[in-house]
Write a protein of this length. Structure first.
Length: 256
């Protein structure tokens, strides 16, 4: 896949996110727009490589980004995408496995995707099966105590097939992360837990992909620096983008 095609697909993902949000009057627009390149890199790896790959999207409130990405990779039909949040649809505002062949787990309440990743990883390790586990977290999700139980468990068992990708858009539901719980020294904390830690541009596919695909002797964490609402200048880096759906004017920007 050429860089030009990758950029086109990423653009289309954002366009579809905005379209889904507008047509369904759905929130979490900013959260969905910030995580696009991260999801794209994980799906690209899964499709391109033969190794068993699991993607755990713990940041389940950004479901529109995942659905739009699955469509770009031809993993779901357009009709299913267009049925988002309609009556009897299986694509909900938060990811649900109910009546849905595309998801093994439901996500929405934050904090438990990393624990699931640890369990899957340990299972594969016990069976001697080579695998890659990608767990996508939000930075605000690091406030959850279950995340820290999982981080210690993963480190203790050296589950080196796990790569944690943190969507660090620096905004959570009630404020900026530096105001709610400051994550200024988080990289040092992760290193002290014996993780390989990398800071990458979360809106640069190549930067994310080349870092995540490297083998590591320890579990790996990518702190992906992103912008909430990326792609819509009027809502970028705003708390309100966590709640407000897309407007017709915003949709028209991508419909040109």
């Amino acid at each position: 896949m050429t860089r030009k095609l990758i950029n086109k697909k990423i653009y289309e993902i954002r366009r579809n996110i905005i379209k889904l949000s507008f047509k369904s009057n759905s929130a979490h627009l900013g959260s969905s727009l910030s995580v696009v390149e991260i999801i794209f890199a994980c799906l690209y790896f899964k499709i391109k490589n033969k190794i068993t790959t699991e993607i755990i999207f713990s940041k389940g409130h950004a479901a529109m980004a995942y659905y739009a990405s699955l469509y770009q990779f031809k993993l779901i039909r357009k009709k299913l995408l267009d049925d988002y949040l309609k009556e009897n649809s299986t694509l909900w505002a938060h990811i649900s496995k109910k009546n849905n062949q595309y998801f093994k787990f439901s996500f929405g309440s934050l904090g438990y995707g990393l624990g699931i990743s640890a369990g899957i990883s340990l299972g594969y390790k016990t069976k001697g099966k080579k695998s890659k586990i990608f767990c996508i977290l939000s930075d605000g999700e690091l406030n959850e105590g279950s995340i820290w139980e999982s981080l210690m468990f993963i480190s203790h068992h050296n589950l080196k097939n796990i790569t944690i990708l943190i969507d660090s858009n620096k905004i959570q539901s009630f404020g900026r992360t530096e105001e709610v719980i400051n994550l200024k020294h988080i990289k040092k904390v992760f290193k002290n837990l014996n993780y390989h830690v990398h800071t990458v541009n979360g809106h640069n596919f190549e930067d994310i992909y080349k870092t995540m695909k490297k083998d590591s002797s320890r579990p790996k964490i990518l702190i992906c620096s992103t912008i909430k609402g990326r792609g819509l200048k009027s809502i970028e880096n705003t708390i309100s983008s966590h709640y407000k759906p897309a407007t017709l004017e915003q949709l028209k920007i991508y419909e040109k």
